[in-house]
Design a protein around this ligand. Structure first.
Ligand SMILES: Cc1cc2nc3c(=O)[nH]c(=O)nc-3n(C[C@H](O)[C@H](O)[C@H](O)COP(=O)(O)O)c2cc1C
Length: 228
């Protein structure tokens, strides 16, 4: 496919299953594909390095890029599904998608620490993501760069015929699941990227499109040629 066609073919596909599917995708192929998708993320543009305090976190991810990717294989999607059920967390569609997903990529962006967090030492007892984060150009550009990394992954997944969906993440943002996933609350979840089996449409599942798939396609409503 031409790159233009791949971009236009990228679409939200929320694959919802009522019961967890067995792990029947070729896991070796899947891991190779995810590895390729992470390579695409690495080529996203970014303008500012993340704050140096992220190189000191204990998860071993000390890159200067302002995003982090946490990958759950099919088995781990199902483990998370069962954990959510066991803890009686009302995760809604996230649970249905964990039942169907081949993989989940949790993507965070790394806000510059606020001065308040720096000085009063509150970070250790953080119980939620740092909202409101500081509204400055650096943080705006961190989000923009992390978004570009996510879009690279979605485009790559589409090119590989992997049905995909960028979700805000819902309950995956909250303390209990973040502790379980061991993803620091200093980081802010930007996207929970669900990757589904290629043959999802022929399985026992409901597939929901993006609610705004057909809106906003009229270029003159959001673009203008400037004549000076
Ligand atoms: C930052 C971001 C977060 C999103 N979060 C959700 C979400 O939580 N739930 C949802 O139904 N769709 C979510 N979407 C997907 C949009 O609904 C979808 O992109 C939109 O309806 C357009 O459809 P399309 O992706 O098929 O073009 C999100 C998209 C973006 C960019």
């Amino acid at each position: 496919m031409r790159i233009d066609d791949i971009i236009k073919n990228r679409k939200t596909q929320k694959v919802l299953a009522n019961e967890p599917w067995s792990i029947d995708s070729d896991q070796k192929k899947l891991k190779k594909e995810i590895d390729e998708l992470l390579d695409l993320a690495a080529y996203a543009p970014y303008h500012k390095k993340c704050h140096t305090h992220y190189s000191e976190v204990e998860n071993g991810l000390d890159s200067c890029v302002p995003w982090r990717f946490y990958v759950l294989t099919t088995k781990n999607c199902r483990t998370l599904y069962h954990y959510i059920a066991q803890k009686d967390i009302k995760a809604g569609k996230v649970s249905n998608m964990l039942a169907a997903a081949d993989a989940l990529l949790l993507v965070t962006w790394l806000p510059d620490p606020s001065e308040a967090a720096d000085t009063d030492g509150k970070e250790e007892s953080q119980t939620k993501e740092p909202f409101p984060y500081t509204g400055n150009v650096r943080n705006m550009e961190h989000i923009a760069a992390a978004s570009a990394a996510i879009q690279n992954v979605l485009i790559g997944a589409t090119a590989r015929n992997i049905p995909n969906y960028w979700s805000s993440g819902g309950q995956l943002r909250n303390l209990l699941l973040r502790q379980y996933l061991e993803i620091s609350l200093k980081e802010i979840l930007l996207g929970a990227i669900f990757l589904f089996p290629e043959d999802a449409a022929s399985r026992n599942a409901t597939i929901k499109p993006g609610s705004m798939r057909d809106q906003g396609k009229e270029k003159p409503t959001w673009s203008k040629w400037l004549e000076l």
